[in-house]
Ligand binder design. Structure first.
Ligand SMILES: Cc1ncc(C[n+]2csc(CCO)c2C)c(N)n1
Length: 227
């Protein structure tokens, strides 16, 4: 039985309005209804390839700065697990959608994906490993909440159904819980001011997650900044 409110519970509560907007975002609604244009899903996958590869690297870079063997182990395994899990699933999607290496290489990374990744690097290199862990957490946790929210309904398009299932598997929920635990451990190692910074980056990552759906729906590009 849960007896007290944890640090991550508090952050979750603060991020709730943003998370609800992600769960109910038109991208997710259209995906579950089978109405999301395949060109939009394709756009999302191309941007997310960059995100996932940087996300994996960040695991190892954070681990390099930690002392706790179990935290290091979890993060290193996380980087490996990503390759065998989500990245492997995406490779299947790429084949199915005829997304080639050339297309990947020619795809410019859109501002929101770029900024989100830079935000996580800044949490590490201009902040602390604890802060970087907190910046990574919404990625794990929010997708699990989205997966749980939409799994019962499913999606009529096989590719979209496979995407949903990635985020509702038992093994994945397990890793989310471990990441939550790791964040609470990190929070217990720092002072109040740093815990505030951890909260700040968690909320910003949550905002970037919301922005990511919008980016994908709009097929955002750099013209958004320059026109
Ligand atoms: C923008 C964006 N945010 C979150 C995820 C989901 N995700 C990425 S790595 C990871 C951890 C282990 O799989 C999870 C859940 C995504 N794909 N793209």
């Amino acid at each position: 039985m849960k007896t007290s409110t944890t640090f991550t519970d508090k952050m979750h509560e603060l991020a709730k309005p943003l998370w609800l907007r992600s769960v109910n975002h038109p991208f997710i609604k259209q995906l579950t209804a089978g109405e999301l244009p395949m060109s939009t899903f394709r756009y999302y996958l191309l941007q997310d390839r960059y995100y996932l590869s940087e996300f994996g690297k960040l695991h190892n870079l954070i681990a390099d700065q930690l002392d706790d063997p179990s935290a290091i182990d979890f993060l290193r395994k996380g980087a490996e697990g990503l390759k065998n899990g989500e990245i492997a699933v995406r490779k299947g999607f790429f084949t199915e959608l005829n997304i080639t290496k050339e297309e990947i290489a020619l795809t410019p990374i859109a501002p929101t994906a770029y900024n989100y990744v830079n935000h996580m690097y800044a949490a590490l290199y201009r902040g602390t490993p604890q802060r970087a862990i907190s910046a990574l957490l919404p990625c794990y946790w929010l997708y699990n909440e989205i997966g749980k929210a939409v799994i019962s309904k499913g999606a009529p398009v096989s590719l979209y159904q496979q995407w949903i299932e990635t985020y509702d598997s038992e093994g994945y929920t397990d890793s989310v819980n471990q990441m939550i635990q790791l964040t609470n451990l990190a929070a217990s190692q720092v002072d109040d001011a740093e815990r505030q910074q951890m909260t700040d980056v968690f909320i910003k990552s949550s905002a970037y997650e919301l922005g990511y759906w919008q980016m994908s729906l709009k097929h955002e590009n750099w013209d958004a900044l320059t026109k």
